[in-house]
Design a protein around this ligand. Structure first.
Ligand SMILES: Cc1cc2nc3c(=O)[nH]c(=O)nc-3n(C[C@H](O)[C@H](O)[C@H](O)COP(=O)(O)OP(=O)(O)OC[C@H]3O[C@@H](n4cnc5c(N)ncnc54)[C@H](O)[C@@H]3O)c2cc1C
Length: 438
């Protein structure tokens, strides 16, 4: 097994660091795993010593920061193998989306990746995965063909929907609760390019752009997936020049159809008025990071969200009044289709995801005022909320047992707790979005 690290090792701090800097794991031991066998031995060691297990690939989705326990890091398990004939990829636990995008593009294929290409592909997919083409192709989880996983008994298994439908169903959606995934086999889609990019509107047009976007989403084909963020940029030299001091409405567009059709579809949004920047055009999928332009440098952030059935005028008002960055994603389309009976990803009925983000928080910040600011908006949105939550977007103290339960259909959650009892009765895998045994 690769050597373990504890707090006295000079590599300890670098190994536990991740993208989220508001909090970080402080485990008793870290196992930087280089192979599935390293993961197997680490789980065996944790079980023998009674240490709970945490896993970190990139640290984008940190739920509970481990205080003690054993942290398995997977950053160097990053092999990607494409099977062009089958249209699939085998991706190891530490792979980031950018690696899959590059490898698949050589074969005219693409994965169902999300807004940021530096997010870890395995955790994203096992938590559902709402991607750039979500309305056209559904959840990334719906493309999982096999999960290679080390379960709590320290056995390495290859789990498929036919071979072990119950464990497969629990793993794909239940993420780290049933074991440490060492690799996934996923389906790819035949996409090489998009009509995509971003429209940025300045302060005066931020409200009209949000309203126009909402109206526009009411009659779109599934080939169009889009979202909008309303971002207050500080009047500081650190902010990009065209956006400095402006509250910017950033519309993100990914259309899988022809460019001419995309341009026609987009006309009502461009008619809102002049853009600060307009990058929407023919775009290779390898350039898809430019659609959301997510930050790539580690930082501290607090985020909450609601899933909504509709977006009436009062909801828009609440979002525009938020003291936070607001992001609304258009769901529906293929996300609502039931090709997913093989997995436990829930909440397929929502039409909008409304997220709030407070970025730029120093490690260990007092979150009282931030929480209160988010709570005001959450309460205002509640008449239109489905009550559901998205596992992938539950960060830090939002990964409570109550919120995790809300990520699933009620009967599915009960089934997950029963399967947790079967596969991990001791709750060895509890430093995560935890589903306790029944
Ligand atoms: C900037 C940004 C953009 C995002 N965009 C999207 C998006 O467009 N769509 C979307 O659906 N989500 C998105 N997310 C959410 C993201 O999918 C989740 O946070 C995901 O968990 C990140 O995985 P990671 O490996 O990068 O992070 P990590 O923090 O390393 O992992 C998160 C958790 O996943 C579990 N885990 C990690 N690896 C394994 C493993 N091998 N086996 C079992 N459990 C494991 C652990 O519990 C771990 O704490 C985004 C997040 C950020 C910060």
């Amino acid at each position: 097994m690769s050597s373990t690290l504890d707090q006295h090792d000079s590599a300890y701090d670098a190994e536990r660091a991740g993208f989220q800097t508001l909090a970080s794991h402080r485990p008793e031991l870290i196992v930087p795993a280089a192979s599935a066998d390293d993961v197997r031995q680490a789980v065996s060691q944790a079980a023998a010593r009674g240490l709970p297990v945490a896993v970190q690939a990139t640290g984008h989705g940190l739920p509970v920061a481990a205080e003690g326990g054993l942290l398995i890091t997977t950053g160097v398990m990053n092999a990607v193998t494409i099977d062009p004939a089958a249209g699939t990829a085998r991706i190891e636990a530490g792979v980031r989306w950018e690696q899959v995008i590059e490898a698949a593009a050589g074969h005219g294929l693409a994965p169902l990746s999300g807004s940021s290409p530096v997010v870890g592909a395995v955790s994203y997919t096992l938590g559902g995965g709402i991607g750039l083409m979500a309305r056209r192709y559904g959840y990334a989880a719906d493309q999982v063909r096999a999960v290679e996983v080390v379960t709590a008994d320290a056995e390495l298994r290859r789990v498929t929907p036919d071979g072990d439908p119950d464990l497969f169903w629990a793993l794909v959606g239940g993420r780290g609760n049933f074991g440490v995934a060492t690799a996934l086999e996923i389906g790819l889609v035949p996409v090489q390019r998009l009509y995509g990019g971003a429209l940025y509107f300045g302060t005066d047009l931020a409200g009209p752009a949000l309203r126009a976007w909402r109206d526009w989403t009411r009659s779109l084909p599934e080939e169009m997936t889009s979202s909008i963020a309303v971002i207050p940029f500080p009047d500081s030299p650190h902010a990009p020049a065209p956006f400095r001091g402006q509250t910017v409405a950033h519309v993100r567009v990914a259309y899988t159809g022809e460019a001419a059709e995309g341009e026609e579809l987009l006309a009502p949004l461009r008619a809102v008025g002049p853009r600060l920047t307009d990058t929407v055009g023919e775009l290779p999928y390898t350039g898809s990071a430019a659609i959301h332009n997510d930050p790539t440098k580690p930082s501290g952030y607090y985020s909450t969200h609601s899933l909504l059935r509709e977006l009436p005028e009062e909801a828009l008002g609440a979002l525009l009044g938020a003291r936070a960055v607001v992001e609304v994603r258009h769901l529906g389309g293929a996300l609502t289709k039931p090709q997913s009976a093989a997995n436990s990803v829930g909440n397929r009925d929502a039409l909008y995801y409304a997220g709030m983000l407070t970025p730029g928080l120093a490690p260990g910040s007092d979150l009282t005022a931030v929480r209160a600011a988010h709570e005001v908006v959450t309460r205002a949105l509640s008449p239109w909320a489905t009550g559901g939550q998205v596992l992938n977007f539950l960060y830090g103290d939002q990964a409570t047992p109550q919120n995790v339960r809300r990520a699933y259909e009620p009967a599915d959650y009960e089934r997950l707790t029963r399967l947790k009892t079967t596969w991990d009765a001791q709750n060895l895998f509890r430093l995560n979005h935890n589903i306790p045994p029944a």
